[in-house]
Design a protein around this ligand. Structure first.
Ligand code: HGY
Ligand code: MN
Ligand code: MN
Length: 397
């Protein structure tokens, strides 16, 4: 199923580009729903396009939920998100195959726009699902391509009628690739994720003055491009001053007019700050803001900051992580209790129910990259831990 799903949205770099509410996203959604229907799941679509497929339990009560996302970054890998959705489906297939009834229902979720590449914020669908963002507000999100999410969801036929809050899970467990190098370096099978970093996404707009690259002496320039370069160069110093798990990334820079013989008059760039401590993340934001103030002064340019996303670090539920640890021991799998550097839908579900995550190793720690890879054995290990965790959660007295 992973291989088949990975063919949808294949791009010229050999990666997968399946942005939220795009045609490729629709095609992938349609395929996953077809597989869900083959398992006789009851399909619900909510206002923001989240797909929630339910397998009845003996008791009609709050479901144990698992799932993830199937939208990708640009030129992403085939496991990020999709592995958690399809392993959840595999768990349900296995229960059906062995005709195992669980006490509580099981729900499999595919959350809309986890990556936040086309529309911000990221983890949008799960944020709406957990009541952190009104669906009506999220719909109005304007994409980097100028599209409006509401129109795109309607166009692909995924603006459903399930009201937010109508289906609240008793607990949520998400299986995901680690997307980092730690499990592989330590030679361990499973990550038991206890917490997740805080995220701060900013768009920085620098406005200087376009000018002739040959006739304008340096002292007369208002060079937005030079200022942007100084910001990117500063990020490593910022991280060492903050310390801890602080990371900072400039992933996107757009020069205007972006031609060889014109001093750039305007630059739009993004900064992604992460830290597992809220205090550390605030410190990083303060350092960046004061650097930008001084830089604007020194380079006599205008600098505007748009806060795109701001999510605090999240602590997952101890009883849930203990269940996952017990399952690992029972299956004879080695594990590490760890922090997630990446954002995940689980950080939103943690707002409304006991939540935890299971990681499997990423080869070379590579992710958000066509070379993202996890071995079949690791894929199987993770799915077995998910199966046993869900069995325990959906039958617990
Ligand atoms: O940005 C993230 O951490 C996730 O991949 N959306
Ligand atoms: Mn993901
Ligand atoms: Mn991702």
């Amino acid at each position: 199923m992973l291989q088949q799903l990975s063919l949808i949205g294949k791009d010229e770099r050999g990666g997968i580009t399946r942005l939220a509410a795009s045609d490729a996203d629709k095609e992938a959604r349609d395929l996953v729903i077809q597989w869900m229907k083959e398992e006789a799941l009851i399909i619900h679509i909510d206002r923001i396009g989240n797909i929630i497929a339910v397998r009845d339990g003996i008791e009609n009560s709050k479901p144990v939920m698992t799932g993830s996302h199937i939208d990708t970054v640009v030129s992403g890998g085939m496991y990020d998100g999709c592995y958690g959705v399809l392993a959840g489906l595999e768990v349900i297939k296995t229960l059906n195959e062995f005709n195992i009834k669980t006490r509580y229902p099981i729900a499999l979720a595919v959350f809309t726009n986890e990556e936040g590449i086309r529309y911000t914020p990221d983890m949008m669908g799960s944020l709406v699902f957990s009541g952190g963002l009104k669906a009506e507000k999220a719909m109005k999100s304007i994409g980097v391509d100028g599209s409006i999410l509401e129109n795109e969801l309607k166009r692909i036929g995924y603006m459903g009628d399930l009201q937010v809050g109508a289906l609240i899970p008793s607990s949520y467990v998400e299986l995901h690739i680690e997307q980092g190098p730690i499990l592989e370096i330590k030679g361990l099978n499973i990550g038991v994720v206890e917490n997740l970093q805080g995220i701060s996404w900013k768009e920085i707009i620098l406005t200087g003055e376009s000018n002739h690259a040959g006739t304008t002496p340096l002292i007369y320039r208002k060079d937005a491009g030079l200022a942007a370069a100084k910001i990117i160069n500063y990020l490593s110093d910022l991280c060492s001053s903050v310390g801890g798990s602080q990371v900072a990334t400039c992933g996107k820079v757009i020069f205007e007019p972006n031609v060889i013989n014109v001093v750039p008059g305007k630059v739009k760039m993004t900064i992604d700050l992460r830290n597992s401590s809220e205090e550390g993340l605030k410190h990083a934001e303060n350092l960046l803001h004061s650097f930008l103030e001084q830089l604007a002064e020194y380079e006599s340019i205008d600098i505007k900051i748009n806060q795109l996303v701001r999510l605090q670090p999240v602590q997952f539920d101890g009883t849930m992580t203990q269940i996952i640890e017990r399952v690992n021991n029972r299956l004879g799998l080695t594990y590490l209790k760890m922090t997630s550097g990446a954002g995940h839908d689980a950080q939103m579900l943690a707002r409304i129910c006991p939540t935890a995550m299971i990681f499997v190793p990423s080869k070379g720690g590579i992710s958000h990259n066509p070379n993202e890879y996890t071995s079949t054995q690791d894929i199987e290990n993770g799915a077995n831990v998910l199966l046993n965790t869900i069995l325990e959660l959906s039958n617990k007295i």
